[in-house]
Design a protein around this ligand. Structure first.
Ligand SMILES: [Zn+2]
Ligand SMILES: [Zn+2]
Length: 454
């Protein structure tokens, strides 16, 4: 998920981090097997402590320590073995019925209270990225080349904090399904969970998820109905020619020159073929060819990232890119193989659930906490697969401003990124309130957003 704005130059050297003290920590239950300094987080001054759920506030230090444990022990997509063990153990200890194995390492914790017919899903992602961390934090990754650089450690800790609170306060009437998903980053863990029967085994009337967002202050929550994130597809073009000596280009079919023409021709897809009122992106992110100045290679590989909001545009991009590859190849005497990978569909928030989710935030944190001018993002997110199968909404929570991990403003996927622990009690409080309101006995005969017409 991209950062708001365009910066990508986080300070990534070790440095003092605001509010992160150096006292020794009582290890949480001994289960985490590691000792970090006691987490001390400083709430932004404009978030009244009364807005934080008292039960969330009570467990806050434990949950921050757990988040930092996850941060120190990142696991890549579909390899979240220790993470899913920890999640499953925690959920079971709080009385949840725990199901494992959907999507490989996926975990679903279910808690039913009362006779309420409503069923709610809340999803968190658990996976890390293949990045070498450079924060220098005491709880920095202990796994070389792996890092929680997108804050999924925070998302998991948030949902666990809410799970603990909801199990203790028991303030709802219905079925709560907490979905801990593997492999959000590129590998489509969300798709796998859906394909393997997530909503058949755990039917939900609505499903919600959140993502931290550097660039916005902690305590802000953003909602948007309709298109919120783009589809994301990958295209591999192989330009096949006939290599030879660099001194005799007339005896070759040069794939390098053909690839260069193709790169420029691809720039016309968005500018000339897509309606200017639609969003589309065609990025050539990689070119691989050759090895020496005097050798014309046999082939060149191009790797493209292709994005859109509307499925019609997504389909049109595929057709135009495929056609351009063919005709450019013919014109320049080479063959272009097209390997087109549909990856994530656009993320489209449903209107009713989004209005409901926004109203919960307004009631809990006040109007000033809402980010109402949220623009759609060109990043992608595989929660889109869940939203294709079930009504719901995806929201963002501010991770902090600036450009340093200490303030939460560093861009995700940067080696200097860190989830901002100050956002944890805010987001956990939000999930608790959303669950209690969605699964309220008030809505026995209707969904919350249809209350007026029920
Ligand atoms: Zn990410
Ligand atoms: Zn992410």
């Amino acid at each position: 998920m991209p950062r708001r704005g365009d910066g990508n130059a986080c300070h990534d050297s070790a440095s003092p981090s605001g509010g992160r003290g150096a006292e020794s920590l009582d290890c949480i239950g001994g289960a985490l097997g590691a000792v970090y300094e006691r987490p001390r987080i400083r709430m932004p001054p404009d978030i009244p402590s009364s807005a934080i759920h008292p039960e969330v506030a009570r467990t806050r230090d434990d949950m921050v320590a757990l988040r930092r444990h996850l941060h120190a022990h990142p696991e890549l997509g579909f390899e979240e073995f220790a993470t899913s063990d920890l999640v499953a153990e925690r959920l079971a200890s709080w009385g949840y019925a725990v199901h494992r194995g959907l999507g490989g390492t996926g975990v679903v914790g279910q808690l039913r209270l009362g006779e309420g017919p409503r069923r709610l899903g809340i999803r968190a992602d658990m996976d890390a990225l293949p990045i070498q961390e450079t924060t220098g934090l005491p709880y920095a990754s202990r796994h070389a080349g792996k890092m929680h650089a997108c804050g999924h450690d925070g998302h998991t800790a948030i949902l666990l904090a809410a799970a603990q609170c909801l199990a203790r306060t028991r303030g709802f009437d219905g079925t709560l399904n907490l979905i801990f998903q593997p492999a959000e980053e590129s590998l489509g863990g969300g798709r796998r969970m859906v394909e393997e029967g997530l909503f058949e085994q755990f039917p939900c009337d609505a499903v919600f998820a959140l993502h931290n967002m550097p660039g916005f202050p902690v305590g802000r929550l953003g909602f948007r109905s309709g298109h919120f994130m783009a589809s994301s597809d990958s295209v591999y073009l192989t330009v096949r020619g006939k290599g030879g000596h660099g001194s005799t280009p007339h005896l070759t079919q040069d794939p390098v020159v053909a690839a260069a023409h193709l790169v420029l021709a691809l720039q016309t897809v968005v500018s000339r073929n897509v309606d200017p009122r639609d969003m589309a992106v065609v990025t050539v992110g990689a070119i691989h060819a050759g090895s020496a100045p005097n050798v014309i290679p046999d082939e060149v590989e191009l790797r493209l990232s292709v994005r859109a909001y509307r499925p019609e545009v997504r389909q049109a991009l595929r057709e135009r890119i495929t056609e351009l590859a063919r005709v450019q190849g013919e014109a320049l005497g080479v063959v272009v193989d097209v390997d087109y990978h549909w990856r994530y569909p656009a993320l489209v928030n449903h209107d009713g659930p989004t209005r409901f989710a926004r109203e919960v935030a307004r009631q809990v944190f006040g109007q000033e906490a809402l980010l109402d001018d949220l623009q759609p993002l060109t990043g992608s997110e595989d929660f889109s697969f869940l939203l294709e199968a079930c009504p719901g909404s995806y929201l963002i929570v501010g991770n902090g401003e600036g450009d340093h991990h200490a303030t939460g403003g560093c861009s995700p996927h940067n080696p200097g990124y860190d989830f901002n622990d100050a956002a944890l009690p805010v987001a956990a409080t939000y999930w608790v309130n959303l669950a209690e309101q969605f699964l309220s006995s008030r809505y026995r005969s209707c969904l919350p957003w249809t209350e007026a017409s029920a």
